[in-house]
Design a protein around this ligand. Structure first.
Ligand code: PEP
Ligand code: CO
Length: 450
């Protein structure tokens, strides 16, 4: 295993000497320091062996032997840290993974955008309403969404509240996985009414009944319930945006001689904070976790080369995931050059497609949405481009929820713009609902059988 860079060259707070974009401006820096110190003393949310296990899984996906399903909310909220929400999210991720396993005949690595997805980048530092200007809402880890000066003032205590919610979430996820998951993957618990509305209804019913037969078969031959024979691990991931939060739970493990970010398993750097000389790249280069970087239309060859060199100097398998999000219209123009750049470097990376963030648009009344057909089109193009270039698309990154919200249009029920008002709950990006997410899984299942 490769060693960390020397400690003298990096430490969990060395990012502070670089420019950190998208950070909150705390009015009381002493209070922030106290919160960071308090957070540093609390036990970690994840362990280094789980983090290393995920890296090993990613190495398999990178080699074409597995597929990564990463999904969850654009932003989790403290209010939605409820039993129902967590169960619904696990259910959709688990059911999607079974559909993809069935189609691809490969193991699926499940990663939730959860247990810490509480900080958001914003296009402006402030928001003005009726002549009043206040700091933008940056997610529950930072401030509150209400439009008062008190709500919007960054509060250092919220990193502690976020840590607690993340721990509660992952604790419940682990309990469900260990014990109560049996029900969730049985097809009678699948909500498949929507399938009848799809032109591919027969094929979709066939997929589900085949999965059902396979599960029954496994349970019969083993004499045990599926969840007793097969552990459905779910890993946690969030955008590593709020660097004080990430720093506070970063630990040096003597026996591994490396630093680990133990707030999560898989942190990623967003599009807006991936500057080579910036604080986020500086922080991420020193941790041993598998790390992701979002790449979109502004990414250049030189920039990408820099990211690969700095974040994975030893070409460690499973270490670096490139999550591309070009949009259905641009993916064919940009992705080939990115793949070529990485190939020319002889670098090993895991390629994942995020078909959400390049396809955000607004309806005529200003509602943020994404069209199901564009999401599918980007995914299809991504599979096609990778295959044509002898590369492997090893995963998908989705914003989804297990609930029946109406935030994205299209899908089997043909949601249209005027349906969106019915159950639009996201305060940030629009998510695929349960049915749309299942349909995406069925599409993926049919897309890649290589
Ligand atoms: C996100 O994943 O919610 C996000 C902000 O994505 P990106 O950095 O790709 O814009
Ligand atoms: Co988003």
């Amino acid at each position: 295993m490769s060693k960390s860079i020397p400690k003298s060259d990096w430490h969990p707070a060395s990012w502070q000497s670089k420019e950190a974009t998208q950070q909150a401006t705390y009015p009381d820096l002493a209070a922030l320091d106290r919160a960071v110190a308090d957070l540093s003393r609390l036990p970690p949310i994840t362990t280094s062996w789980e983090v290393d296990a995920l890296k090993a899984h990613f190495a398999k996906a990178q080699a074409g032997e597995a597929f990564v399903l990463q999904g969850g909310d654009c932003a989790e909220t403290f209010d939605e840290c409820t039993s129902e929400n967590i169960v619904a999210k696990l259910k959709i991720l688990l059911q999607m993974s079974l559909v993809i396993i069935y189609g691809m005949k490969k193991p699926v690595i499940r990663v939730g955008r959860m247990a810490g997805q509480y900080a958001k980048p914003r296009s402006a530092d402030t928001e003005t309403r009726d002549g009043v200007t206040l700091p933008s809402f940056r997610g529950d880890l930072v401030n509150r969404s209400g439009f008062t000066a008190e709500d919007r003032t960054p509060d250092p205590q919220m990193i502690l509240r976020g840590y607690e919610r993340a721990s509660l979430t992952l604790n419940f996820v682990r309990s469900l996985i260990d014990g109560g998951f049996a029900d969730l993957h049985h097809p009678e618990y699948w909500d498949l009414d929507w399938v009848g509305h799809s032109s591919a209804a027969a094929e979709y019913h066939n997929i589900v009944s085949s999965i059902s037969d396979s599960l029954d078969f496994l349970e019969t031959v083993s004499g045990r319930q599926f969840h007793r024979t097969q552990r459905a691990d779910i890993y946690a991931a969030h955008e590593g945006l709020h660097l004080h939060y990430e720093q506070a739970q970063t630990r040096y493990l003597d026996r591994r001689e490396r630093w680990y970010n133990l707030t999560t398993h898989f942190p990623w750097i967003g599009m807006r904070t991936a500057q080579l000389d910036g604080a986020h790249i500086e922080y991420f280069r020193g941790i041993a976790n598998p790390v992701g970087v979002k790449i979109g239309p502004g990414m250049t060859r030189e920039w990408l080369q820099g990211i690969v060199e700095v974040l994975n100097p030893n070409n460690e398998p499973g270490r670096l995931t490139l999550i591309h999000r070009f949009g259905a219209k641009s993916v064919d123009d940009h992705l080939p050059d990115m793949i070529r750049t990485v190939k020319e470097m002889g670098a090993q990376v895991l390629w994942v497609c995020d078909p959400m963030h390049g396809n955000t648009e607004s309806t005529s009344d200003g509602t943020k949405t994404r069209r199901f057909d564009n999401v599918v089109a980007e995914l299809e193009a991504a599979f096609r481009v990778h295959e044509a270039m002898g590369s492997y698309l090893g995963g998908v990154h989705l914003e989804l929820t297990g609930e029946n919200v109406t935030e994205c249009t299209g899908g089997a029920r043909g949601l249209i713009d005027t349906d969106l008002a019915r159950a639009y709950k996201s305060t940030v990006d629009p998510r695929l609902n349960y049915e749309q997410a299942m349909e995406i899984a069925m599409r993926i299942s049919g897309l890649n059988k290589s």
